[in-house]
Design a protein around this ligand. Sequence first.
Ligand SMILES: Cc1cc2nc3c(=O)[nH]c(=O)nc-3n(C[C@H](O)[C@H](O)[C@H](O)COP(=O)(O)O)c2cc1C
Length: 366
Amino acid sequence: MVERKIEKRKISHIEICSRKDVQARNITNCFGDIHLVHNALPEIDLSDVQLDTTLFGVKLKAPIMIEAISGGASEAAKLNSILAETAEELRIGLGLGSQRAALENPSLEYTYRIAREKAPNTLLIANLGASQIAKGYKIEEAEKAIEMISANALAIHLNPLQEAVQIEGEPEFRGCISAIRRLTSRLHVPVIAKEVGSGISKEVARILEKAGVRGIDVAGGGGTSWAAVEYYRAEEANDDIHKRLGLSFWDWGIPTAISLIEVKSATGITAVASGGIRNGQEIAKAIALGADAVGMALPLLRYALKGKEALMGELSYMIQELQTTMFLVGARNLEDLRMAPLVITGKTAEYMKSRGIGIESYRSRA
Ligand SMILES: Cc1cc2nc3c(=O)[nH]c(=O)nc-3n(C[C@H](O)[C@H](O)[C@H](O)COP(=O)(O)O)c2cc1C
């Protein structure tokens, strides 16, 4: 019955995210504080701009990831099929949703396996929760999740806020670090640590790097709020305490741009920026701040529910916006973009100062 409960919860998450306001309200992703400097003499043609990159050993045509969303319910199979076909066609990355449901109920494996069937070549990332790997999952379960989709990497999601505000949550994170270390030392694919909307600090990033993690997906604040999602579930269940918790922590977290700066200031490992990223200019700003790739979940879920054409259309547009931004700063490729002049203002600049992060190392590029 546990597995049936997980399946139902997955469906309600997708339903709530597709029709309710689940985004941060009083914080932003802070990319408004990041300014790329216009170049009136770019000395390149727009058609010169190249977006190709290699992420976790896989060649991509653009530094973009469809973030972990779906799986573990029959409805999710169709969604994963659309996400995977689109990722394959555009040659971008795709993270699968938590595979716990399939590990506990193998009849749901097909809802994940379909992703590799539809995306034989592109980057696919398996997904498990940190609290599950700390509590009981062994190396075998992680290997099973990887094998299920022939994954190129395994993401371990860190979601303490969600577990703390969810009615059925399991806010038990003791032992996660050693569990992550066990995985990184034994698995044959890179292990990535990802948040789900509250961001990762420089202190946590250092611990993760020491534990052998090869990538960090910051999934910061300013986009989907899991306190918001769980607030709506608590409302449906008439659970006042969890409703209040959801409201209280709606805007909890490190904004995405700030989290990316924290992680880049403290580690040298691959960084994916996600959490509230909604257009090609923000993607460009994240790359300019040092991200290796950028991920999105909520808006892509909503387009995918309309169908593959809608999702392809939106992603193709964002790619064009990214190329246009790069043209306007004179960046021929992602390396040039990482060197482009950049100014950091407002809350992000103040935050960096009070966290002792050298704003000059970014500012000096302006
Ligand atoms: C419906 C839905 C389901 C999600 N499920 C997972 C999951 O199973 N595992 C995970 O690591 N992240 C999950 N996420 C979090 C996203 O991968 C992403 O980190 C987060 O939503 C922030 O990005 P966004 O603001 O673009 O939505 C989910 C997000 C959504 C919207």
